[in-house]
Design a protein around this ligand. Structure first.
Ligand code: ADP
Ligand code: MG
Length: 452
């Protein structure tokens, strides 16, 4: 039997492995277990906004982890509680730039810039050369030639790393400069809290006097009109007084849906730099660099093996490397190719563990707002057949089901239909059009357990 604290601590360790660090800091640091009675865990959250976001995005992830840890289904409830218990070692999530704070924390922590992500340990390759050069230029120059700097690229490709690197370089050059890094999620939370407390002056006071503002994952503002409006004013104030703004997004400004035109045009008005997926050499160099940071040497065949097996996401590459290092040390073995192969198998299994045929069908159906029954039907209209092909493709790629099994699950289709669907979707993905994006989004929803 777990105590609520122990269970929650163990859960957090797993959650941390699955979600981006910024999301973890935003959503999980401010919440804590209130009670754990029988199979029911109550988590205290600071406000309704947290409650609905956690419920919507993380409920499945959390419960699946807790179920696994306790070996039984856990009933999870988020409860709004305004006063958290005093925990001396836990920092508030929104670091208010008050004078008290300034005295107590070093400038570094007031700015939320993470010293770990700097230019020295950022590997430059053809995929990120341009973004790196742009970031260096912004870091080294106070004439605001590139304002805003807008860095975009896929998940886990180094956007956050570059933002912090710029921040670190600026702080090194001028330790007095007032800079602040935060995710668009945190900006939203801060705004909502300030509105609730009816304290917009201090909200504005936190952003408008800054020399440099970094806002990560700006695509999060999509559809949030009030936040966009406030961000627009914040942006303008800084811009007009020649202060630097650095933004990141997983999409090109034009492709972010549900964002106000005036904001989009601001994003496009400075320098836009993209990060592409890294090539093999860059991935290998990153592996060596990360291993060096952990004071380990990685044999060349292992580095090649990892780089070849993890196609794009560098965060994933790093995660796998860390698992290999940990596994070797637990089992007192050397880091060798067979050991790496063993760990990778487990890693791939882990990644695919949320992909059941039912989850795939339910998620695809929900994504396209059709019914699971449509996927299983004989309906050949495009609105149905494309989602069906995507679902078949995902079943083929992410589950161990055989082709005939997959066919059967889709209302008794022939295995050749599955082969055809798989080929067609693969071809479309390679063409890098809209369908590639759609498939990626669905995979992400399932991987993160955001299905419901
Ligand atoms: P993103 O914000 O684009 O999702 P991150 O910046 O969080 O990605 O990067 C994910 C991980 O990969 C981080 O640990 C980061 O240090 C590492 N990483 C990404 N690109 C590089 C690079 N070029 N050199 C070294 N590490 C990198
Ligand atoms: Mg990031």
């Amino acid at each position: 039997m777990h105590s609520k604290e122990l269970l929650w601590e163990k859960g957090l360790v797993e959650i941390k492995k699955l979600i981006p660090p910024e999301s973890y800091t935003t959503w999980f640091l401010p919440i804590y277990p209130r009670s754990f009675v029988e199979d029911s865990l109550i988590i205290a959250v600071p406000n309704e906004f947290y409650k609905s976001c956690l419920q919507e995005n993380y409920y499945e992830v959390i419960t699946s982890i807790l179920n696994k840890l306790t070996n039984k289904p856990i009933h999870l409830e988020f409860r709004v509680e305004s006063k958290p218990p005093t925990k001396p070692n836990q920092k508030p999530i929104i670091e208010l730039n008050t004078s008290v704070n300034k005295k107590q924390n070093s400038i570094h922590s007031a700015s939320s810039i993470n010293g770990r992500y700097n230019f020295e340990n950022f590997i430059v390759g053809s995929s990120n050369q341009f973004a790196h050069a742009a970031a260096m230029a912004v870091a080294g120059n106070s004439t605001m030639t590139y304002n805003p700097l807008f860095i975009y690229g896929g998940v886990g490709l180094g956007k956050t790393h570059l933002l912090h690197a710029v921040g670190n370089a600026i702080l090194k050059r001028d330790p007095q400069s007032k800079i602040r890094y935060l995710s668009a999620e945190s900006f939203t939370v801060d705004l909502i809290e300030s509105l609730k407390r009816d304290d917009m002056p201090s909200f504005r006071g936190r952003y408008r006097p800054l020399d440099v503002l970094f806002v990560d994952d700006i695509q999060f503002l999509a559809g949030k009109d009030r936040t966009q409006e406030e961000f627009f004013y914040t942006f303008n104030t800084l811009y007009e007084s020649h202060r630097q703004v650095v933004l990141s997004s997983d999409q090109y400004p034009k492709d972010i849906r549900n964002i106000e035109a005036r904001l989009r045009s601001r994003f496009e008005s400075g320098l836009i730099a993209d990060i592409e997926t890294p090539d093999l050499e860059t991935k290998v160099a990153i592996i060596y660099k990360k291993a060096e940071l952990h004071k380990k040497t990685i044999p060349q065949d292992v580095a090649m093996f990892l780089a070849k097996n993890i196609k794009t996401n560098i965060r994933e590459l790093e995660g796998l490397l860390l698992r290999i290092i940990a596994f070797a040390s637990f089992t007192h073995r050397d880091i060798t190719l067979p050991l790496a192969q063993e760990v990778l198998k487990e890693f791939v299994y882990d990644k695919n563990k949320n992909f059941t045929i039912q989850t795939i069908m339910a998620t695809v159906a929900k994504y396209f707002t059709i019914k699971v029954a449509d996927l299983k039907s004989k309906n050949r209209s495009r609105g149905i057949s494309v989602p069906r092909q995507i679902a078949m493709y995902l079943a083929r790629e992410h589950t161990k089901l055989s082709l005939p099994d997959i066919g059967r699950q889709f209302g008794g289709k022939d295995h050749t239909t599955v082969i055809f669907a798989h080929k067609k979707v693969t071809k479309k993905i390679n063409e890098k059009g809209d369908l590639e994006k759609t498939v990626k989004e669905i995979v992400e929803i399932i991987e993160c357990g955001k299905t419901s």
